[in-house]
Design a protein around this ligand. Structure first.
Ligand code: 4AD
Ligand code: MG
Length: 464
């Protein structure tokens, strides 16, 4: 008989049928006569209960059924009253596919998140990380479906680049080397090449600039891939390697851009509620009793749209009334997440799209407003997260863009191909970037970004 995934088993109603399931032992309990094994195969958060009449099985084999062991079970599917599921399995044959001794670190339940981060190679086997990574998959599917259904094209931008899109200088350099033929100096230290086949190259911080090339050719595109930032920030919201989704749309202005961002993020949140109900409920009950309520809340209301200048006024007001922030508030400041969260969580109690930031704190490519002080930027701010999306209408005027690049001393030789979009049939266009892991923080309710990506890369954590 072929294997039935546990998630599919729970949908069946042909009680009495003989089935095969394969999976890993989560727990084993019972009496001298009957044992109950909770088996999980990763297809769902829910375990199937395997009922084992001990008298029918070999004693030596039974000893091998320990937490973490991998089993193949043939048995009769019966209706269950006590197991929390509709279905359980009355075991007929059990094969131990893989034994697991007592050095297995996941013996007991209730490990700390910090401990589990140290065993990132095994943590997907826990209920929590199983739920998180199934949701991560589902969000990726939702994102592709959203854009595909809207007629956007998925465009692949390079990871090795020469330009610093965000202008923050936080890049990882890419060099060539031959691990087996390393050059060494007299002291025996390795001499690394300092370039990529004779050219300066880095890992991309954003696919946007190449995305703009695509938008001015294919109309509506999105990227979805890894990005890298060499920022030395150990916060619960920053990774050195994270995934970003960057739609870019010809002929969209900043208002269209805001509409798209709001529709997109609501679609993703609704998808999680509709398609990951068991996993979301598990995380809600386990860690964050307000998770489901928060997700539903975001779907209900229109996002607030507010200028940076008005946002600063609200924050200054709060300070005047005695609210204490760690960082100062004044016009021109790059908002800290405490400021963003104040606007969202305390003041408006809904997501906020903040627009028209001072040009000094935003990237070179954003469209200048008539005041010559602010740019057509938009950040989407979320409860618990702060900035979840950053975007803008782009400067489409060749001369203005060149002037800004010169003003910021960005090497023009790196930018000629980008400037061609403004030279040859330029058009208004807009886009934004959603941090995939920030979205996942929101929909899973996890509190540290290291816990929503399988293998987090941070200044202190890049072992495997
Ligand atoms: O605001 P950012 O830097 O914007 C861009 O990169 C633009 N090129 C996007 C665009 O307009 N196409 O980054 C966009 C989003 C942030 O809002 C945040 O959600 C996420 O990417 N992000 C990070 N996520 C995790 N770790 C980091 N170090 C992040 N830096 C940014
Ligand atoms: Mg930003």
């Amino acid at each position: 008989i072929g294997r039935t995934k546990i998630v599919d088993l729970f949908k069946r109603e042909d009680f009495g049928a003989v089935v095969n399931v394969k999976g890993w032992v989560r727990t084993r309990r019972g009496s001298k006569q009957v044992n109950f094994i909770a088996l999980n195969d990763g297809s769902t958060i829910n375990n199937v209960q395997v009922v084992v009449d001990l008298a029918n099985f070999d004693e030596e084999m039974l000893k091998l059924i320990t937490t973490g062991a991998c089993l193949s079970v043939n048995g009769v599917m019966v209706e269950s009253v006590g197991s929390g599921q509709k279905v359980e399995i009355q075991a007929r044959e059990i094969e131990v596919l893989g034994v697991c001794d007592n050095t297995y670190p996941l013996q007991k339940k209730g490990h700390s998140m910090e401990f589990l981060r140290e065993i990132a190679h095994l943590r997907p086997r826990t209920n929590t990380f199983g739920a998180v990574f199934r949701i991560r998959h589902n969000m990726a599917i939702a994102i592709h479906k959203f854009f595909h259904d809207k007629g956007f094209f998925y465009f692949h931008t390079p990871l090795i680049t020469a330009s610093d899109c965000e202008g923050a200088g936080q890049m990882f350099q890419v060099t060539t080397m031959n691990l087996y033929d390393l050059k060494k100096n007299e002291a025996g230290s390795i001499i690394y090449d300092d370039d990529f086949f004779g050219k300066q190259a880095s890992l991309t911080v954003s696919g946007q600039l190449e995305g703009e090339l695509a938008a001015t050719a294919l109309g509506s595109i999105y990227t979805f891939g890894p990005t890298f930032r060499a920022e030395n920030s150990n916060t619960p919201r920053h990774l050195a390697e994270f995934w970003m989704i960057e739609p870019e749309v010809a002929f969209n202005d900043i208002l269209d851009n805001m509409d798209l961002a709001e529709e997109f993020i609501k679609y993703c949140v609704k998808w999680a509620l509709d398609n990951c109900a068991d996993d979301v409920k598990f995380l809600n009950d386990m860690f964050d009793k307000e998770l489901i309520e928060r997700l539903q809340g975001v779907l209900k209301d229109d996002f607030v749209r507010l200028s940076y200048t008005d946002g600063i006024k609200i924050l200054e007001d709060a300070v005047a009334k005695g609210h204490k922030f760690e960082f100062p508030v004044y016009w021109g400041v790059d908002l800290a997440s405490e400021h963003e969260r104040y606007l969202v969580e305390e003041h408006f109690k809904r997501p906020v799209i903040l627009t028209d930031y001072p040009k000094e704190i935003k990237a070179f490519y954003m469209k200048m407003n008539d005041d010559n002080k602010t740019v057509r930027a938009m950040d989407v701010l979320f409860p618990k997260i702060g900035e979840i999306i950053g975007g803008s209408e782009r400067e489409s005027d060749y001369n203005k863009l060149v002037a800004r690049i010169e003003e910021l001393h960005i090497p023009m030789k790196d930018m000629w191909w980008y400037l061609d979009t403004r030279k040859f049939g330029t058009c208004p266009h807009s886009g934004f970037g959603l941090g995939f892991e920030r979205l996942l923080l929101f929909v899973t309710g996890m509190s540290n970004i290291r816990d929503v990506i399988p293998f987090p890369r941070t200044p202190r954590n890049a072992e495997f």
